[in-house]
Design a protein around this ligand. Structure first.
Ligand code: FEO
Length: 384
């Protein structure tokens, strides 16, 4: 794949992957992107996952032809991108490694060497000339590890953006960008909105015509769309109008109440009701929805004087990811000593600018007339 006359794609698709980063289901696989700039000097950007070393080195060799690379630019040390550094160095021993100081510390940790004799430390604003292509390094700490740099090529106006603007999914599968980019962003980078905002601010000073991320497709059209979404996501803004309901139900009584609530929300004009059964859905999809919509209803049962385990995991994940700026409705069910609403309220304490609306729906075993009225009132509040 050609990005420009001088920039070539040398990444790989992974359809054998079980769970990405040990936890995310990726039904359409994963892409580990890598790029080569061919100029008077040659730079290779990032390696790929450990399982694809040979395929990647063959891709690189096919682009290089008779020439040898001058620089391996390591933008991110997470092993999905850095696992083949040693193999690359064995194949091309005269290549200089370019990375942040923190990345070299991590190389020492991962590989036992920090390449003292062949390293070039890239600091904020440092330039590296390849000939026509002048590369400028920009630090992007915590997007999504502390050592990350992104790189701007001012000849082709390309931003090599590391994990930013990445998504789940291999490149040989057609799928909607936003859906899998959102699930990727909130699962992996979501906690670091402030740092992602800082990177967007730096990017806004650059004339970017193409974004080359380390996962997902190269973006070269309608960049405003992607930048706007990243701005909404990283500022914890509301992307879509509607209500997200996350629930757990043991014998179906809470589920029935959630169904009535969803019907009432729709009757009252709510443009979209997204329902997630936390015991059965992909938790990362539910987390993504909680960040996508501005209004969220949590419905669960009292369990071991606490809340049902999937709801506990869900709220814990939201809090860990800095979930904020949301309106929340609560529904609890318990046959005796209900504590669910109290526990959920306490768990949400640390989520900034989160407002819990009244009434809280309290079901004792199964829905009764009072509950129907509470559900109607909660639907009214959520539709305001
Ligand atoms: Fe794609 Fe943070 O590694």
């Amino acid at each position: 794949m050609k990005i420009s006359n001088d920039i070539k794609y040398v990444g790989v698709n992974d359809h054998d992957i079980d769970l990405f980063e040990g936890q995310y289901m990726v039904k359409n696989g994963m892409a580990y992107n890598s790029y080569v700039i061919m100029d008077e000097k040659i730079a290779v950007f990032d390696t790929v996952d450990a399982h694809f070393g040979e395929e990647w080195l063959a891709n690189v060799a096919a682009v290089l032809g008779e020439r040898l690379p001058d620089y391996l630019i390591v933008q991110h040390m997470e092993p999905d991108h850095s696992a083949n550094i040693m193999r690359f160095v064995e194949r091309y021993p005269r290549t200089r490694i370019v990375a942040s100081a923190k990345a070299f510390t991590m190389m020492k940790q991962f590989f036992g060497t920090d390449f003292f004799d062949s390293r070039l430390i890239a600091k904020e604003g440092d330039m590296l000339s390849l000939g026509k292509h002048e590369l400028c390094f920009v630090t992007a700490p915590m997007v999504h590890w502390p050592e990350v740099i992104v790189t701007y090529d001012n000849y082709d106006k390309v931003l090599f953006s590391a994990d930013a603007f990445g998504k789940f999914g291999a490149l040989d599968v057609e799928e909607d960008w936003a859906c899998e980019a959102r699930r990727y962003y909130f699962g992996i980078v979501g906690k670091y909105g402030v740092q992602a905002q800082a990177l967007l601010k730096k990017a806004s000073t650059l004339d970017i015509q193409t974004i080359c991320p380390l996962h997902g497709p190269v973006l070269n059209e309608n960049l405003g769309y992607y930048l706007d979404l990243y701005n909404t996501w990283s500022s914890y803004g509301v992307e879509s109008e509607g209500v997200m309901i996350a629930y757990t139900s043991v014998y179906g009584n809470t589920k029935k109440a959630v169904g009535l609530l969803a019907d009432k929300l729709k009757e009252k004009g709510c443009p979209k009701v997204a329902i997630n059964d936390l015991a059965r859905c992909d938790m990362a999809e539910a987390v993504e929805d909680a960040f996508r919509y501005g209004k969220v209803i949590l419905a669960t049962t009292t369990y071991n004087a606490d809340i049902f385990p999937f709801m506990r995991e869900f709220i814990t994940t939201l809090a860990e990811h800095n979930w904020q700026n949301r309106t929340v409705g609560l529904m609890e069910n318990g046959s005796w000593a209900s504590t669910a609403a109290k526990v959920m309220t306490k768990m949400l304490d640390g989520c900034k600018n989160t407002t819990i609306v009244e009434p809280v729906v309290t079901i004792k075993s199964a829905m009764n007339e009072d509950n129907v009225a509470q559900i109607d009132a909660l639907a009214d509040e959520m539709c305001k």
